[in-house]
Design a protein around this ligand. Structure first.
Ligand SMILES: O=C(O)c1ccccc1N[C@@H]1O[C@H](COP(=O)(O)O)[C@@H](O)[C@H]1O
Length: 226
């Protein structure tokens, strides 16, 4: 499984170009009005066109209904739907069938008990993203810049790829990959100077650090197999 670096919450042409030039594999666009990274349909359409096959476009949605999903998909033309709400296993299956797009289900993690639902989701989703569980009074279920205890994923074995997110930045991404053996990493706050304001240098530094982490994990796998 190849390793994917995802920069999420992009909302300007400039920072999208920086992420693409720096080699992001996935770029995420947030369709959630309470988020400082929310993009309207017009912006999503404009930014989506700029990607031109240089990365996979992810539409981040939170418990969206079918009509909203239809609008987001029509505007962005995503290659992946990121379901970041409390969508049930049945709803994930239903969305996949209705819209015919690969789906990444987000599992919010605070304790080992949060992994109980993993087998059900792994059976229907194409990819899993483990993110930190947001506090009960949070205004959004993610994008809060807070990590979880990555050791909870130490022994995870999945037949589908999984990413880790939540509070990642250029300084801690290597450790997150080393501990979890994730097939990818996802960042939003960790490449921002303020909520919703992406920083070009932080985006470049994050992608560089994630690539180094990928190389380190690959070399250690090769070393332990000989
Ligand atoms: O970014 C948001 O505002 C957001 C809103 C609603 C759901 C998820 C959101 N972001 C996602 O959360 C994770 C972790 O973000 P961070 O790096 O801790 O800021 C990431 O996958 C974002 O895509």
């Amino acid at each position: 499984m190849s390793f994917a670096v995802k920069i999420c919450g992009l909302s300007t042409r400039e920072t999208l170009e920086v992420a693409l030039d720096a080699g992001a594999d996935m770029v995420g666009f947030v369709f959630f009005e309470a988020s400082p990274r929310h993009v309207g349909l017009g912006t999503a359409r404009e930014l989506g066109r700029l990607v031109k096959g240089r990365a996979l476009k992810a539409a981040l949605t939170v418990d969206a209904d079918d009509a909203s999903l239809e609008n987001f998909i029509e505007a962005l033309q995503p290659g992946l739907l990121q379901l970041h709400g409390s969508e049930s296993v049945a709803r994930v299956r239903d969305i996949k069938q209705k819209f015919g797009l690969p789906v990444m289900k987000v599992l919010s993690v605070a304790t080992a008990a949060d992994l109980a639902e993993l087998p059900g989701y792994a059976a229907v989703a194409d990819r899993i993203l483990f993110d930190a569980r947001a506090p009960k009074d949070a205004t959004r279920p993610g994008g809060l810049g807070v990590p979880f205890d990555w050791r909870l994923l130490e022994n995870i074995k999945l037949a589908i790829p999984f990413m880790v997110g939540g509070g990642l930045n250029a300084g801690n991404v290597a450790e997150a990959v080393r501990v979890t053996h994730a097939n990818g990493v996802d960042v939003s706050s960790g490449v921002e100077s303020a909520p919703g304001i992406k920083d070009p240098d932080m985006i470049r530094a994050f992608i560089r650090a994630a690539r180094e982490a990928e190389r380190a994990v690959t070399s250690s796998r090769i070393a332990s197999s000989v």
